[in-house]
Design a protein around this ligand. Structure first.
Ligand code: HEM
Length: 426
């Protein structure tokens, strides 16, 4: 009789990344990577090789590591990878010098300038305008009893809000809505945006509009962010017109699709967790805001808008999670995986709106920590609270399994979110 070998536990095969199934639910694949290959070198669909960092502790270290540069010229990879942070059209040279592509000391100087123009006071003053926009958008579909919450609500809200913040006159804001719509293209899983076709045309239009607006604001400043940037630049610190345009561009794009996804992913999660949603509705009815505040942070952790932080490149050899990274290698920190790490979060796959110990990485970490987080919180809290209060029986229309995600490398968001509710009269 032949001797049977001792049974060896089966090794689960590495999951396939960047398929449409993965775009729909990447969390099982990320759990596998955290467990078996926490710093994992892979070829992206574009052909570019990068290290994926999936554990919380390594992700936090990488986001704060000065040896990981944001400047694409440090990448040893193929030329077509250079300049890709995942922001469509950014390879246009004039728009390249933005916060997510540069290191100190330039980053420190530009971030200080924009922080002066983007103060907590400005965001606080802005809250009533966000509420007004939210109500107006809901008014537009409330009588119909149905809506696509992405197209009719989550998409236009941040566009109009950022236009107001930047100082884009109201009569031009629908043009911006059209251009931004062209940029929210139907991307393929795992691909960064590029200036092709309609996206390229939209970037061109936005670029020339912003250049013209900066000229106009210089001649006739207002109480808006672009005028604030020009003023800050004029008071001793140097800010070129290209830098001002790149800054306005990055604020538009860092603050647009992210907020669309916060509202879309957040509302989708609430609709699929009726117990949590009921708790939130009861607390809103009682006039409380505590659960809303912790709840929006939890929605960011549970299924956040930014799946991977933007690119980083090693300027010298380093070790991350026990893995050697060579000079010139590209590193992608998977925020969505880190924020479900059981080593950091209790029951990480459970949505718990009252979660307190919740230092998630949804807004990043370190010197590139999201500049717009206070505004995103105002927009997210206002949008979700108003939807649940004004449309208390809002529910998904159709099977959630039929919903499609946009794909793309950096962001995670739904293409559509069809809902039904009792129509509001008047
Ligand atoms: C940076 C997330 C909304 C402006 C970042 C980063 C993340 C992030 C993860 C860091 C990226 C990295 O390190 O590679 C989010 C999320 C948002 C949001 C989840 C919504 C829920 C906004 C808004 C604005 C904004 C509304 C502005 C109006 C920026 C800017 C940076 C940034 C300018 C670059 C900061 C720097 O490099 O110093 N954001 N963001 N974001 N965000 Fe946000």
């Amino acid at each position: 009789m032949r001797h049977q070998p001792a049974s060896v536990p089966p090794v689960t095969p590495a999951p396939e990344l960047f398929t449409w199934e993965f775009a729909t639910d990447p969390y099982p694949a990320y759990a596998w990577l955290r467990e078996h290959a926490p710093v994992h070198r892979t070829a992206l669909p574009s052909g570019v090789e990068a290290w994926l960092v999936t554990r919380y502790v390594d992700a936090r270290q990488a986001l704060a590591d000065a040896r990981l540069s944001k400047n694409p010229t440090h990448h040893a990879g193929p030329a077509h990878a250079k300049g890709k942070t995942g922001i469509p059209g950014e390879r246009k040279a004039e728009l390249m010098t933005h916060l997510l592509n540069i290191d100190p000391p330039d980053h420190t100087r530009l971030r200080r300038l924009v922080s002066k123009a983007f103060t907590p006071r400005r965001v606080a003053e802005f809250a009533p305008r966000v509420q007004e926009l939210t109500d107006r958008l809901i008014d537009d579909f409330a009588a119909k009893g149905e809506a696509d919450l992405i197209h009719d609500f989550a998409f236009p809200l941040p566009i109009y809000a950022i236009c107001d913040l930047l100082g884009v006159p109201r009569e031009d804001q629908d043009d911006f809505r059209d251009w931004a719509g062209m940029m929210l293209r139907h991307s393929k899983p795992g691909h960064s945006g590029g200036p092709r076709g309609g996206v390229g045309r939209a970037v061109k239009k936005i670029r020339s509009y912003l250049a013209d607006l900066i000229h106009r604001k210089r001649a006739d400043p207002g109480d808006d962010l672009i005028s604030g940037l020009i003023r800050a630049g004029d008071h001793g610190e140097h800010l070129t017109e290209n830098e001002a345009a790149a800054m306005a561009f990055i604020i538009l794009f860092a603050g647009f699709e992210t907020t669309v996804n916060l509202i879309g992913n957040g509302m989708f999660a609430l609709l699929r967790h009726p117990g949590q949603r009921a708790l939130l509705q009861r607390s809103l009815e009682a006039g409380e805001t505590g659960l809303l505040a912790t709840g929006v942070e939890e929605l960011l952790r549970y299924d956040g808008p930014v799946e991977l932080a933007t690119w980083r490149y090693a300027t010298e050899p380093l070790t991350l999670g026990g893995q050697r990274i060579a000079t010139g290698d590209a590193v992608l920190v998977v925020l969505a995986a880190a924020d479900r790490d059981p080593e950091r979060f209790t029951d990480p796959d459970t949505l718990d709106l009252s979660r307190r110990d919740n230092q998630h990485l949804g807004y990043g970490h370190g010197i590139h920590y999201c500049l717009g987080a206070p505004l995103a919180r105002v927009e997210g809290q206002t949008a979700l609270a108003t939807l649940l209060t004004r449309l208390p029986d809002v529910r998904l229309a159709g099977d959630p399994a039929d919903l499609r995600w946009r794909g793309g490398l950096i962001m995670r968001g739904l293409r559509t979110l069809p809902v039904q509710f009792t129509p509001l009269s008047g």
